[in-house]
Design a protein around this ligand. Structure first.
Ligand code: C2E
Ligand code: MG
Ligand code: MG
Length: 755
């Protein structure tokens, strides 16, 4: 017999022994009193005193039966009540006027009770006893008027057995379904209580009616502590709004369920991230009854997710936002600034001499320095501004500013944050940063563009020395962008052979014979057409591309020079030897392998060294005069000739000129242009010619455009010249199989057929 909260439960078609006892006592008293009562009313029955006496005995014994602690007896013992009941029915019958109806119906009642209390088959087992108990009183009271005939047993006894068995069968069915229900309820209870996820039932006002152990454990409570508290009490204050809104929608029937991640308040007071899903249970009429909620602790998952998200956009070493996050932030800041008509200032910071720390003290020291610098810079940054580690020793900062001056003030603050040495007391390190600043203007609203501007400004600052600040000037913007694009394309130009050489003649003014030709590079740009060197040579010098470019020019010029020489009818006779002149950039000259390269190219192409002139600018010599002198001497020893190009523009010290193995000075065309009119220019040209003569160096005048310039030069004693008047730079293919002997045979612009 199972109990649930003290409530008796039917099991296997049986009532509890205690209840059976009470029922039997009740039936005993009621049926006996009924029999007595009818006897009192019916005339001709037993005497009144007998009836009352019997009634008192029945009542008294009924009460005694009622009081018996039946629950302590076994079911078998209780069954002894049945024969007792049979005997009582018989005595009642005999005493109480032999009422046949009551006699029969009381047996039926006993069997109905037997069916209710005992398992199936019990009624049948009492069949023989019933027959005896039924028949005996009838025989004893035979002959009495109105007595029940023995034949009634043929009906009453089967009815009793059928009623008993039928009721027992019904009871067993009832018991079985009740047991099934009870088991289901118990299973549900266990499921609810032991579920690994937190489960709760809440009323329509959000009060918790029931919570399981997991639910309480997630919040650090015992289940009973939570019953009666509201969802709002338990939710982290900042997170209630969204939850409250969804809860109301759920109750109004606008949604069937909702799920969200929110924080609950743990018993300790901290927030616990949980994933909540809630469903509203409604009655048949659709009216909300209560809400079932499930929660799962997702704090760990969420922390991991947040850590991963943080790692994706932060630099591990310094903890600062990384380049990806910075670019995203910059883009948003630019959009916001454009909308609010404000400016964005971008600061590009690069540590000065960081390489020395890394190389000298090791990478660990370098890392520590970067961490300290990051912390210092961060301390100098306003709360809303974003400082990022852009990569290596580069940091970037983006701020909204009203004016350029404000940006400069910020840059100064950043610089000052590193004035005090960083590091430990026993190992102080002095560091400084070069800062490039670019402020967004109307056009410069693209993040990449602004970044490039700040980067360029930073290089300007670096050029000015350590710890300098440079602000990018907006005027250079377009030129810069174009330059950047050009330098990207120039890389490809060399690879794709888009470079070509044109050749311009040198003439002997006295007889107009051709002395040689200068190789001048051009770029056959796929979209911009043929570009003169002024468009890309300086840029190539800046970004270092001049080195591969110069190598290509030298090799191509030598190849062409050798081909022209070989194609001459008389071969390489001295008379036909025309010089080929090639420009060498300062950077190329400074390359350690340059001398070897020249030697190799001469060997590979078969160009005679004495036919090659290399034109060096004054700047290349001034950079590092001692090295330049050594290099030029080595070149000269290969057999090649050397000329100084654009002479007069580089403020070269005349002292060096003496030491240089140079054979020709090329007077810059700027002085030749106004030779007839400008007395100063004329004086300079005259001085250069005199200088050349005194040092034993030849002089070539560049840029002869008019015959008058040639006449003037001749009168001054300069007889070598180059200029459009004699020939423009021309593609090799247009010149022919070999260089002409006389400048008159040089192809003139109108005759050009080859691009
Ligand atoms: P540069 O070496 O002084 O070359 C002479 C420049 O003056 C050439 O310009 C030539 O076209 C120009 N020119 C010659 N005669 C006249 C004239 O009568 N009137 C005027 N107005 N100009 C004249 P280009 O070809 O534009 O070359 C410019 C500079 O680019 C060259 O000056 C040289 O410094 C540099 N360059 C050219 N090719 C190379 C090269 O292969 N390597 C290097 N490093 N620099 C080169
Ligand atoms: Mg030149
Ligand atoms: Mg020149």
């Amino acid at each position: 017999m199972g109990t649930n909260g003290g409530r008796p439960v039917l099991e296997d078609g049986l009532l509890s022994p205690g209840l059976v006892g009470k029922l039997a006592a009740g039936v005993w008293m009621v049926s006996s009193l009924l029999v007595m009562g009818t006897q009192l009313i019916e005339p001709g029955g037993a005497s009144r005193s007998v009836i009352l006496g019997a009634g008192a005995v029945t009542l008294g014994s009924g009460l005694v039966l009622w009081k018996v602690p039946w629950e302590r007896f076994s079911r078998q013992a209780i069954l002894w009540l049945v024969p007792g009941a049979f005997a009582t029915i018989g005595i009642d019958y005999l005493l109480a006027g032999r009422n046949g109806f009551l006699y029969a119906i009381t047996y039926v009642m006993v069997f109905a009770l037997l069916g209710m209390c005992e398992p199936r088959g019990t009624a049948l087992r009492f069949g023989p006893l019933l027959m005896v108990a039924y028949v005996v009183p009838l025989i004893v009271g035979a002959g009495h008027e109105g007595s029940l005939g023995l034949a009634s047993g043929l009906y009453v006894i089967p009815v009793c057995l059928i009623v008993g068995e039928a009721v027992a069968w019904g009871m067993s069915l009832l018991a079985r379904s009740e047991a099934t229900l009870a088991r289901a309820e118990e299973r549900n209870t266990v499921l609810f209580e032991e579920a690994p996820v937190g489960m709760a039932v809440a009323g329509l006002d959000g009060t918790l009616l029931r919570v399981n152990r997991s639910y309480a454990a997630i919040l650090g409570h015992e289940p009973d502590d939570l019953v009666g508290r509201t969802l709002r009490d338990l939710t982290y204050p900042d997170d209630w709004d969204e939850n409250g809104h969804l809860f109301d929608q759920l109750l109004r029937g606008e949604i069937d369920r909702y799920s969200l991640e929110k924080r609950y308040l743990h018993a300790d007071g901290h927030g616990v991230w949980v994933s909540v899903s809630a469903t509203c249970v409604r009655d048949d009429g659709g009216v909300s009854s209560f809400v079932i909620g499930q929660i799962e602790d997702v704090t760990e998952r969420r922390t991991l997710r947040e850590e991963l998200a943080h790692a994706a956009v932060h630099d591990q070493l310094t903890g600062l936002p990384n380049r990806a996050m910075f670019m995203e932030h910059l883009e948003r800041a630019l959009l916001r600034a454009e909308r609010d008509r404000r400016h964005v200032a971008l600061f590009f910071l690069d540590l000065d001499r960081f390489k020395h720390v890394n190389d000298g003290l090791g990478h660990d020291a370098g890392d520590r320095l970067l961490q300290r610098v990051a912390a210092r810079l961060q301390s100098a940054v306003r709360p809303g501004d974003l400082l990022a580690r852009f990569g290596g020793d580069e940091f970037t900062l983006v701020c909204e500013v009203r004016t350029e001056d404000e940006a400069v003030t910020i840059a100064e603050r950043l610089k000052e944050s590193l004035v005090q040495p960083v590091g430990d007391a026993d190992h102080e390190q002095f560091v400084s940063v070069s800062i490039g600043v670019a402020v967004s203007t109307g056009e410069a609203t693209h993040p990449g563009l602004l970044l490039r501007c700040a980067d360029i400004a930073m290089y300007q600052a670096k050029d000015a020395g350590p710890a300098q600040i440079a602000v990018y000037s907006g005027d250079d913007e377009l030129a810069t962008v174009r330059n950047l694009r050009t330098s990207n394309e120039l890389h490809r130009a060399i690879e794709r052979s888009e470079l070509v050489l044109h050749y311009q003649p040198f003439v002997d003014l006295r007889d107009h014979s051709l002395v040689g030709a200068e190789a001048l590079v051009r770029w056959q740009h796929p979209t911009r057409g043929l570009l003169p060197p002024g468009e890309f040579v300086d840029l190539a010098e800046e970004n270092g591309l001049i080195v591969p470019l110069g190598t290509w020019v030298l090799r191509e010029a030598c190849r062409q020079g050798a081909a022209w020489a070989a194609a001459r009818p008389g071969g390489r006779t001295e008379a036909s030897n025309a010089y080929l002149s090639v420009n060498v950039s300062p950077r190329q000259l400074a390359e350690p392998g340059f001398i070897d390269e020249v030697a190799t190219i001469l060997g590979e192409t078969g160009m005679a060294p004495e036919q090659l002139w290399l034109e060096i600018t004054e700047g290349a010599i001034l950079r590092d005069p001692d090295t330049a002198v050594a290099t030029l001497r080595a070149l000269r020893s290969l057999g090649v000739h050397l000329a100084i190009d654009d002479f007069g523009t580089g403020y070269s010290s005349l002292g060096y000129l003496k030491q240089l193995p140079v054979e020709v000075l090329k007077i810059d065309r700027g002085f030749v242009a106004n030779l007839e009119g400008d007395a100063d220019d004329k004086a300079i040209v005259q001085a250069v010619i005199a200088l050349g003569r005194s040092l034993g160096i030849g002089v070539i005048a560049e840029g002869i455009e008019r015959p008058a310039q040639a006449a003037e030069l001749l009168s001054m004693g300069c007889h070598l010249a180059q200029g459009f008047h004699y020939g423009r730079p021309t593609p090799a293919a247009a010149i022919g199989r070999c260089l002409p002997d006389r400048v008159a045979d040089w192809i003139q612009p109108g005759q050009l057929t080859v691009a």
